[in-house]
Write a protein that binds this ligand. Structure first.
Ligand SMILES: NC(=O)c1ccc[n+]([C@@H]2O[C@H](COP(=O)([O-])OP(=O)(O)OC[C@H]3O[C@@H](n4cnc5c(N)ncnc54)[C@H](O)[C@@H]3O)[C@@H](O)[C@H]2O)c1
Ligand SMILES: O=C(O)C(=O)C[C@@H](O)[C@H](O)[C@H](O)COP(=O)(O)O
Ligand SMILES: [Zn+2]
Length: 323
């Protein structure tokens, strides 16, 4: 079982329960957040599994946010070429996105999630009660991925957030439960059709080309969900500039994300740095950047090879907006 320090109590209780049922449990505390997603941490765990005689009859249990399930999943995918994985997401983002759908991965010096595999979990245990201790900023970051699901596939999500943003931020309320169920349904429908991202699955990457670039240039000090919020505004502006999306829907992005306290603007002067990183996005083919854009709410499509000037105009649009 792997976990980070902030959910140590929960992991201890789970390990105790497993031991009580006769399951021998090896528990390892990981570096917190993005610091867990490195080849060094993976290699450390491979060493532990080897010394413990971990076999294909054993199970990796990842208890934590998306960073822990991405790293735990990557180790499960690679050890003995694949052992079973059970995810116990403890952040909203993990519940609605990272722990479901089978993407696992680590970062390299060149970028985010550049090494990984598709390794679906054997099970995901999702208990909304564990969100009681999650800081509000992390709850909001998780809502960014929920809102993404609204824009690409389920507009009722957007209606629910617009009707009562405070309720969306209350982990004990019924609105959060409905948002979680709806977002997982959007993701499940996509992933069951295209697990390996040959085409349709790319829509789950809405906002992520710019988001991942921001995360990297910021040294992973930005929450992933915050970067996704900004990335969705960037790509909505790009879609408007290229004649795909109306200005009203772009403003709807800003209004919804701001109502949740999420970032919708960035600092000027970093376009060249971000452009270089965006070139390493997994959707890029050769030197051609490809973005998931919306033609309308619920109608995602692709924008292939936008002009440099259009990319820059979209950057200007997100750097001139007051936060
Ligand atoms: N594999 C996928 O499909 C997928 C999807 C989306 C995001 N991701 C990845 O997920 C990561 C982001 O995940 P995240 O937003 O969960 O961040 P995170 O895993 O970094 O967790 C955020 C913080 O919350 C703490 N925490 C977790 N649960 C808690 C709880 N119940 N109470 C108090 N503190 C708690 C963590 O220890 C950490 O400090 C990124 O690396 C992103 O790339 C992966
Ligand atoms: O499940 C997917 O597919 C996604 O793209 C979900 C994203 O929210 C997630 O952040 C994912 O890890 C990004 O994938 P990547 O392939 O761009 O690294
Ligand atoms: Zn994401």
């Amino acid at each position: 079982m792997v976990h980070a320090e902030p959910v140590a109590d929960l992991a201890r209780r789970l390990a105790t329960a497993l031991e009580a049922h006769g399951v021998t449990t090896l528990v390892e505390v990981l570096p917190d957040a993005e610091a867990a997603k490195t080849i060094d941490v993976a290699a450390h765990l491979w060493g532990m599994l080897g010394r413990a005689g971990f076999t294909r009859g054993d199970v990796v249990v990842a208890v934590g946010g998306g960073a822990v399930t991405d790293l735990g999943g990557f180790v499960a995918a690679t050890w003995l070429r694949g052992v079973p994985l059970i995810n116990v997401p403890t952040t909203l983002l993990g519940m609605v996105d990272a722990a479901v759908g089978g993407k696992t991965g680590i970062n390299t010096a060149e970028g985010k999630n550049l090494v990984g595999s598709f390794h679906p979990p054997a099970g995901v245990l999702c208990d909304l009660d564990v969100l009681a201790t999650l800081p509000r900023a992390d709850l909001a970051a998780g809502l960014a991925e929920v809102v993404k699901g609204g824009f690409i596939g389920d507009p009722v999500i957007l209606d629910l957030v617009e009707a009562d943003p405070a309720a969306a931020l209350d982990p004990h309320g019924e609105v959060v439960r409905e948002l979680v169920e709806r977002k997982i349904a959007v993701k499940a429908a996509v992933v069951t059709t295209d697990l390996h991202e040959s085409s349709l699955r790319e829509i789950l990457n809405y906002g992520h080309t710019f988001a991942h670039a921001v995360e990297q240039v910021e040294g992973y000090r930005w929450r992933h969900g915050d970067a996704v919020a900004l990335g969705m505004v960037y790509v909505a502006e790009l879609a408007r500039i290229t004649g795909r999306l109306d200005a009203e829907t772009v403003e709807r992005h800003r209004a919804i994300l701001r109502s949740l306290g999420l970032p919708t603007s960035y600092e000027p002067g970093r376009f060249d740095e971000l452009l270089a990183v965006m070139g390493r996005d997994k959707k890029t083919r050769g030197s051609t950047l490809r973005f998931v854009v919306l033609d309308a709410v619920g109608s995602p499509s692709r924008l292939v090879g936008p002009e440099l000037d259009q990319l820059r105009q979209a950057y200007d649009a997100v750097t001139q907006t007051p936060a």
